[in-house]
Design a protein around this ligand. Structure first.
Ligand code: GDP
Length: 457
């Protein structure tokens, strides 16, 4: 256990007024600082109550004046989030109360916690491994339901367990070759060599499965760039607003209102999307609108999904058809008939062969067909259990290094090289896997990970 000599304190809930605001302490003095700053209503001192119970009383400033009536709890290390003694005050969520409360804790010797300090201590004290600590960050930043479930699974240890299984299988392989090195006169039996190759091949397969999950993780993290395109007045801004659930983009019946691209995140059909509302595509002499039209085309080129909107209440035009053809070449495309609440104009036969078609109405908020089509375009892969995916570039890089090393070890085995050469490769794989869970990670890497957390976490 890494002994920290100082006690940290921070506001752990978002700044600004709220129902509850939580002040948190961790370190050797956490319980005694909390006891000094808190007067339970029953008359007994805080530490006369058992740990991990909620005690009602007054939070006091350094002059003994009550700041707020609060609930306080303390835990004793190692049975706490950080593995150290900790204490928490559940105050009224008043920014002024919380400022005074923090000042009271600082006056008793606590110092302001930096970003991610609590979780870093949890990692240093072995309460969480690095993959779990990263999952805490992913959980806080989750942009979709599926992303939150994966982060919760990873926090519960699903990824760590999978990595540890690979790690331990490779340690077995190492152990065998160490034995061979120790008794160089004995030949390795060919049957045993085959078994070892099989073992290495299984672990290479496991790493392949993990690495194949990176695409899904990226989609969950960044969202699919979804360009909403169509002629002016097709209903693009209205659809964006209906998808995000609030009036994000300006809606008028004056064609050419949206001149720049408007971006907003939402989740539809279980898929996190980065919606990009674009300027209506038409030939225009207006230089500002012209720039907007150029950006629309760029948004289409960079999109992972294109929604081509056509006003179903008006006869479709040649331009709509041309736009659909163009979009299809660039990314998965859905043809969206808008204004489904209005009587429909006849649909030309040529449209029948074009991309899947759905009807929506921004006015009645009818989006069901669109939801279905989007979830079919990006199906949730049931191959990976929640939490068993590599969620960031650091994890992907370490896992692919491990896979390369296992591959090299297999080649060496087949080429009949000496066991010591093969051991170097397996050791490299183990070290890369160790980085994933934090067994063998460098301090600057952990610093970078925790600096992305918020203060108080
Ligand atoms: P954009 O130029 O493609 O962004 O189109 P807008 O979203 O600004 O909409 C153009 C006009 O169509 C506005 O007058 C909207 O109120 C109207 N409109 C958009 N969606 C619907 C819809 O689902 N139903 C009906 N009845 N009108 C709509």
């Amino acid at each position: 256990m890494a002994i920290q000599t100082d006690t940290i304190a921070a506001l752990s809930t978002p700044p600004g007024p709220g129902a509850i605001g939580i002040l948190r302490l961790s370190g050797p003095e956490a319980a005694s600082i909390a006891e000094t700053c808190f007067k339970p209503l029953g008359g007994k001192g805080l530490r006369e109550h058992p740990p991990r119970t909620l005690v009602y009383g007054d939070l006091l400033d350094s002059g003994g004046q009550a700041i707020d009536r609060v609930l306080c709890t303390y835990s004793l290390g190692p049975s706490s989030y950080t593995g150290e003694d900790t204490a928490e005050f559940q105050c009224h969520g008043s920014p002024m109360v919380l400022t005074l409360g923090l000042e009271a804790l600082f006056a008793q010797g606590a110092r302001q916690a930096m970003a991610g300090d609590f979780t870093r201590r949890a990692f240093l004290n072995g309460r969480l491994d690095l993959a779990q600590a990263e999952a805490v960050g992913d959980l806080l930043g989750a942009q979709s339901r599926e992303g939150a479930r994966h982060a919760a699974g990873q926090l519960a240890g699903a990824l760590s367990k999978r990595i540890e299984d690979i790690y331990s299988a490779l340690v077995d392989v190492m152990a065998h070759f160490h034995a061979v090195l120790d008794y160089p006169d004995e030949d390795v039996d060919p049957f045993r060599l085959e078994q070892l190759d099989e073992e290495l091949s299984d672990q290479e397969g496991e790493l392949n499965v993990l690495l194949a999950s990176c695409g899904r993780a990226k989609l969950l993290r960044e969202g699919v760039a979804c360009a909403i395109v169509g002629r002016p007045n097709a209903g693009k801004s209205s659809l964006l607003n209906a998808m995000v659930g609030w009036e994000r983009a300006i809606v008028t019946d004056i064609p050419g209102t949206t001149r720049d691209t408007v971006e907003e995140r939402c989740e539809l059909g279980g898929v996190p999307l980065r919606l990009i509302d674009t300027a209506g595509l038409r030939d225009t002499a207006d230089p500002v609108e012209k720039l907007g039209v150029e950006r629309s085309r760029k948004a289409m080129e960079e999109a992972g999904l294109i929604l081509v909107l056509i006003d179903s209440s008006r006869p479709a035009e040649e331009a709509d058809f041309a736009l659909l053809q163009e979009a299809k070449k660039l990314a998965p495309t859905i043809r969206v008939w808008t204004k489904g609440d209005l009587p429909t104009a006849p649909i030309p036969a040529v449209y029948m062969e074009l991309p899947p078609c759905v009807t929506v109405s921004a006015r009645t908020k009818y989006l069901d067909e669109l939801c279905n089509e989007i979830s079919c375009a990006f199906p949730q892969d049931l191959y990976w259990d929640y939490g068993q995916i590599l969620t960031n570039a650091r994890q992907e890089e370490a896992a692919s290094r491990a896979r390369e090393a296992v591959r090299r070890a297999r080649e060496a085995l087949r080429a009949g090289v000496t066991p010591d050469a093969l051991l170097t490769d397996v050791e490299e794989a183990l070290s890369a896997l160790g980085e994933l869970t934090g067994r063998t990670v460098r301090e600057d890497v952990t610093d970078r990970i925790f600096s992305k957390f918020c203060v108080g976490k």
